[in-house]
Design a protein around this ligand. Sequence first.
Ligand code: DPP
Ligand code: ZN
Length: 875
Amino acid sequence: APVIRLEDYTPPPYLVDRVDLDVRLEPDDARVASRLHARPNPDGGRGEFFLDGEDIELVSLELDGVPLPRSDYRLDDDGLTITSPPDRAFVLDISTRIDPSANTQLMGLYRSNGVYCTQCEAEGFRRITFFPDRPDVLAVYTVRIEARKSDAPILLSNGNLVETGDIPGSDRHFAVWHDPFPKPSYLFALVAGDLGHVADTFTTASGREVALAIYVERGKEDRCDYALQALKRSMRWDEEAFGREYDLDVFNIVAVSDFNMGAMENKGLNVFNDKYVLASPETATDTDYANIEAIIAHEYFHNWTGNRITCRDWFQLCLKEGLTVFRDQEFSSDVRSRPVERIGDVRTLKAHQFVEDAGPLAHPVRPETYREINNFYTATVYEKGAELIRMLKTLLGDGGFRAGMDLYFDRHDGTAATIEDFLACFAEATGRDLTHFKLWYRQAGTPEVTATGRYDAAAKRYELTLEQSCRPTPGQPTKEPLQIPIVFALIGPGGEEIEAPRTASPNVNGNLIELASPRETIVFEDLPGKPVPSLLRGFSAPVKLNANLSGDDLLFVAREDRDAFNRWQAVQTLATGILVDAQAKFATGDRPDLDPRFVDSLRRTAQDGDLDPAFRAQVLTLPSESDIARELGRDVDPDAIHDAGEWLRGLLGTRLGGELRDIYSRLGTNEPYSPDAESAGRRALRNTAMTLLAATGDGDGIALVERHYRNADNMTDRMAGLAALTRRPGAAADDALADFFERYRTDPLVLDKWFTIQATVPTPEALPRIVDLTKNPAFSLANPNRVRALVGAFAAGNATQFNRPDGAGYRFVADIVLAVDRANPQLAARLLSAFRSWRSLEPARRAAAEAELRRIAARDGLSRDTTDIVQRSLE
Ligand code: DPP
Ligand code: ZN
């Protein structure tokens, strides 16, 4: 596949102002008549008019009502070229035939459980009709859908419904939808089928009433309420936090069971993976509820950041995604607990984005080349993209940030914009020069910041030296220093914050240090005593900080810092140090020991009733195996890391046994389940306590977990119990798994949890069992959720077994990648990216992983998606 380069961007030679679609649906024969009102682009070059088209059959083609002679166009695998279009406005009538049932890629128009639906981002519209399928061609769409009433009583598309009717003398009917807002083709959507729905209304700040509905497969209507309420909260929040109102008369959401992504923000018709809509206390965990709320919000927020203002080209993907992730994170922080959200977001960032940045798939937030855009819906574009917006806000302040956003909405509404356009709004609104900041978009890799402090007691002076560096990433051997906002405080010996410490440094502004050079020393004067620095508060920049704090200082920060994030971070840093040492000992057969002061620190947090239970749960949750692997960075031995984690959890379960039992019994409740953040926080703390008690492996702990599983009256508790029981294979685990299957055997989304639990059992029994599960009738390689629940969870969440020393884990995942690739390349490529850390493994595993990557690379007929990932992984 050719490399596509940002620097090669040219404006489209022809624009399309209006698209009239007429879609007639049959399960394996859909006819699409498309009328394009096109004209030469005054800002574009002249010449041929290229319309993308893929896997579709051209039935007829007319220009201004006259069939176009064969000599006036070319047809090839990529699309249709009109060789000499008129030099004035013209109308193209294109009719095509497609087979929705044969579409296993889940891009374009396909059928999912008997429901017709579409997915057009990034390049799916070309699988429906011939069109200049690029985001800088914005058109107003009118869509007529026709289908058999029995097959598809519900007919939906973007915008507002303008007409419905029956086709006389047949069992067919139609609906016409009109979307007045110009949009790129990737935001087109159509859904048709026999769907149930729930409805509500929302009145906007200016008093307009919007009809809301969520459509689902029949029988699932009673699981939509939480999503519907979350939608209303999102709509209100965007008015309050960003001054953005909804703009159509209707807002529809559809949940389908076969979907490559989480959800899709099509204008007025969001299409969701059912996993991120459907919830009831019996079927969804607290985490599911939180994800539903965040993703409903995310897709809704795209209405302004993505739809009203879209991207000029796919290199600008972060323009909508990073910004919209930032917006959904802020929403969740406002409706839940801000520090707990931040901790969760940072955990996610480090677990996915830092790992991506450290391996062969590293790329800038705004990539400058790609071969397959589907492979750039990444943690870097999304999560690091959101961190860049957060830094911008930190640097400009709340007022400056809001002024820049207002200018952006004002100036670019209705257009396809770039990162340059976006940053120019903030520069203009605040008078700040953002030239240096822009490097964050161009330079890949996780910067490392090292801090060294020196206190001169006689002079009452504290010198803080900050250094930054960044390792090479593919295509970027040398790195330039970045502008890094470090929110900080100096904490005095009694735990008090030293207000506005005196410094002559021009790079300190209140509680913010702006580090812009490779090395900077900041001198603080007139201090009351030796301070402990609290740096990178709230994780103010996506960097790896080495604060060089002693164990005593970290314990002090864990206890005294007013910044909750840094209290949590101090405990994580201590735990990471303990686990890194312990895994080295386990690797050589030694026994580690544990500093009792660390245990005391956790005990204090566990018992502190003034703290939010959700926060206490976060503090008691140790760094994951992948956190430790990332910390080590090379010659990783996943078994040693696992042993270290088991040892530490078991020891904490024993040493904190009394406190944990106390938490467990005190937080038990007879109240009916409620998914709100506070109730969820109490369950999180109680389940964390239970998990630590189970880790001791003693009879009492196991008995407690068995009771916990059996008595659970909601999915959060039941899953926590099942997860704890299945860590150790045996009769108790098998009984619980059999019980769980019987309870939920008819519910695919819940069975996904059952697949995932078994995929992540950290013992050698896991792999043969997973191979067996691929033959279970409830499993299907055709359904992305099933594949991710079993194979994806194994590859990404079972470090010891995926990385089995005999290479069998790699072989299994590679086999599945190859089996899935022909039918669904996006899914295959996504699974394959689980190999991205292969170079950091110890030599034997490294060789075994490489052999599987090479086996995939050698396969004929590999998709572009998978070829791109495998080649970059091996480079
Ligand atoms: N649907 C995906 C998202 O919302 C891609 N736009 O992030
Ligand atoms: Zn998005």
